[in-house]
Design a protein around this ligand. Structure first.
Ligand SMILES: Cc1cc2nc3c(=O)[nH]c(=O)nc-3n(C[C@H](O)[C@H](O)[C@H](O)COP(=O)(O)OP(=O)(O)OC[C@H]3O[C@@H](n4cnc5c(N)ncnc54)[C@H](O)[C@@H]3O)c2cc1C
Length: 426
């Protein structure tokens, strides 16, 4: 039994570990074009800022491959012949497979901006990008970051830590206003500007100017900013290169069923690169660390079933959505969703940059989402309340159970209840 995995990120590695536990004798080959050892991509910024050594971000001990009889192949998987069940590598080597997992992650989204290939222009995704950033930052006198996602703010913080002046271009009129409610988005704008980042809202990149290295950018509104480092962080897209070269069906991502199966027999995809087929609409793409881990494990189990001739296991059902990040010093957590018919209670303390938002369904008052800024709530408590469809009244009465902040920090639960009263919820 041969399993070939393209990509040794959290998804590919988790799948490999899972298969190894179930099938001790399967041959497992992992193709990686980035790193020898899987590492926490989420910690890239801390390596640059000197908080962590690169080795400290590795997910497992280095003897992990040997202990688990996994063969690491440092190469690029170019394409698969899905009829001959063979993967072709850049080096010329071929890998026959019984099962193939595509776990190729994401790539920074680029929009054919003039000048995007100049020196000093880069994204932030891989260890190679981090190396490039070290070189580019050494001689940078001003940096412009294009795009207002989480990675853009991380890059701003990284460069700010080296005292490089930073300007940020954000297309929306407020930071991440397509994801965050207006009040929370405003807190992030404030936090970014507090760190002396020149935040230009409602501004898009027109072109990057320069001859060999970037020397400036021009925005769509005609603003010109001199800079010799440009960070392109306008989102990430599923990395479908290998799948498309193998004629596997792709839309935004590699299209899979809820059993992680692509349209090619024996070929699975999971993690950032996968898009779930859903009737009547564009399917979900989940580009998060923890979903990569869960999907890797479940895809691994489906692969074991296939390799041992068993019927597939239970389909993948995403749990309560969760995300957390830190914008400079401002913690952010979000649980669940806020559908159109939802209403929310919002407590906001501008002076201390803290907010708590609890969303519930308009008709049933069942709590469906939380957005927290500057305050942390317990994951398992919020998740349980959403799963159990607890009423807003119940949640407000038991809010202290969710609070995770240090013992003597200000408690905001009474203020949340006051806001709920004012808004007529209780
Ligand atoms: C700077 C940054 C910060 C982030 N912070 C957070 C965070 O705070 N929280 C969070 O939830 N998520 C965060 N993410 C997202 C998270 O890291 C990803 O969701 C996760 O890494 C996806 O795992 P994956 O294994 O699916 O893909 P990846 O981690 O992208 O791994 C895929 C691997 O496959 C390799 N590969 C691709 N194509 C080929 C090929 N043809 N042949 C061989 N190898 C190939 C790639 O080089 C890569 O090493 C962050 C991402 C970045 C870039």
């Amino acid at each position: 039994m041969n399993l070939v995995i393209a990509g040794n990120g959290i998804t590919g590695l988790t799948a490999a570990r899972t298969v190894r536990k179930v099938l001790p004798r399967a041959k497992i080959q992992i193709v990686s074009n980035e790193s020898d050892y899987p590492y926490a991509r989420t910690a890239l910024m801390y390596i640059f800022m000197g908080h962590l050594k690169e080795r400290a971000t590795e997910c497992y001990e280095r003897k992990f491959y040997k202990d688990n009889s996994l063969e690491l192949i440092r190469d690029t998987a170019l394409r698969a012949d899905t009829k001959a069940c063979t993967v072709y590598l850049e080096s010329g080597r071929t890998l026959p497979y019984d099962a193939l997992l595509i776990a190729t992650g994401s790539t920074p989204s680029l929009y054919d901006w003039p000048g995007q290939d100049l020196e000093g222009v880069q994204g932030l995704y891989s260890l190679q990008d981090l190396q490039k950033l070290e070189e580019n930052a050494r001689s940078a006198h001003h940096a412009v970051i294009v795009g207002g996602g989480l990675i853009g703010v991380e890059l701003a913080e990284m460069l700010h830590s080296r005292k490089i002046p930073v300007s940020m271009l954000v297309r929306e009129n407020s930071y991440a206003s397509h994801i965050l409610p207006p009040e929370e988005s405003e807190l992030v704008n404030f936090e970014i500007r507090k760190h002396r980042i020149a935040l230009h809202l409602g501004e898009s990149l027109k072109e990057i100017t320069g001859t060999t290295r970037a020397s400036g950018v021009t925005t769509v509104s005609g603003r010109e900013i001199k800079c010799n480092l440009v960070g392109l962080t306008a989102g990430v897209s599923p990395n479908t290169g290998f799948a498309k070269a193998s004629s596997i069906d792709c839309a935004r991502g590699v299209l899979v069923s809820d059993l992680f199966q692509t349209n090619a027999p024996g070929v699975f995809a999971a993690g950032d690169c996968a898009q779930f087929k859903e009737p009547g609409g564009p399917g979900r793409v989940e580009q998060l660390w923890y979903t990569g881990r869960i999907q890797g494990e479940l895809a691994g189990l489906q692969i074991c079933k296939m390799l041992s001739g068993q019927t597939p296991g239970a389909p993948y059902q995403p749990g309560v959505w969760f995300n957390s990040a830190r914008f400079f010093t401002l913690d952010y957590q979000a649980y669940g969703t806020m559908p159109k018919d939802s209403k929310s209670v919002l407590m906001i303390d501008h002076a201390n940059q803290k907010s708590i938002r609890i969303a519930c369904h308009g008709a049933t008052r069942a709590v469906c989402g939380f957005v927290l800024m500057g305050i942390r709530y317990r994951h398992e408590v919020c998740e349980k309340w959403i799963q159990e469809e607890r009423s807003l009244d119940y949640v407000l009465a038991n809010l202290h159970e969710a609070n995770f902040d240090p013992e003597f920090s200000k408690k905001y639960e009474p203020l949340v209840r006051t806001q709920a009263e004012k808004a007529g919820f209780i």
